[in-house]
Design a protein around this ligand. Structure first.
Ligand SMILES: Cc1cn([C@H]2C[C@H](O)[C@@H](COP(=O)(O)OP(=O)(O)OP(=O)(O)O)O2)c(=O)[nH]c1=O
Length: 188
């Protein structure tokens, strides 16, 4: 059985769209960028760490463990999940009127080892004034989301342009994930 090592309901929903049977495993690993680590290396490492942590506790009969990590990057700053409403508002003020990257790494751990892919998506936000930011933060949606926004929710109206993978922004790029699963013989 394939295991998805994730607490994210979005990842569960997205993986479900591929039609591959899977079970979910809760994992909790620290997400801390080491000094000098590039955003790309950081996202890849965290995805691997999640897959490894899942593999370490996976029950017998597990074919592979899939895990993923998403971060928002602007000017070499990495925006993870906001710690509180003020942090969320500050992130959104930084992203307003700018073009940022959403990096999502997907890692697949099996007996054959770990393979991972990185998907980068470019997202441009319209200008956002303070009342618009405050109203969005008040919905609570930014919490638990990298960069303090959900493209699949109220933040879709902020996006003037997107180049890359929409599902990647949501947390699990489906084309790249399908390729990984196919290469491991877990999907047709
Ligand atoms: C940018 C963006 C992020 N997100 C979410 C996807 C991820 O769940 C989250 C980024 O945090 P992650 O640390 O990647 O994942 P997580 O802690 O939610 O879940 P896991 O247990 O798999 O580690 O932000 C959206 O849902 N929509 C968006 O538009």
């Amino acid at each position: 059985m394939l295991l998805l090592a994730s607490k994210s309901p979005r990842r569960r929903e997205l993986l479900g769209r591929l039609g591959v049977p899977f079970a979910v495993l809760d994992i909790d690993i620290p997400e801390v960028r080491t000094p000098g680590e590039t955003p790309e290396a950081y996202v890849r490492r965290v995805a691997r760490d999640k897959a490894d942590a899942g593999w370490a506790v996976a029950p017998d009969g597990t074919s592979a463990v899939l895990a993923s990590d998403t971060e928002v990057v602007l000017d070499d700053r990495v925006y993870g999940k906001p710690v509180d409403a003020d942090d969320a508002a500050a992130m959104l003020r930084s992203l307003a009127g700018q073009t940022h990257e959403v990096l999502t790494a997907v890692a697949l751990r099996s007996a054959a080892g770990t393979r991972e892919v990185l998907v980068a998506t470019t997202v441009t936000f319209d200008d956002l004034d303070d009342p618009a930011i405050a109203a969005y933060v008040a919905t609570g949606e930014p919490m638990g989301k990298a960069g303090a926004y959900a493209i699949q929710g109220g933040a879709e109206r902020f996006v003037t342009h997107l180049a890359g993978s929409y599902s990647g922004v949501m947390g699990l790029p489906l084309h790249a994930t399908a390729q990984l699963l196919r290469a491991a013989g877990l999907m047709r």
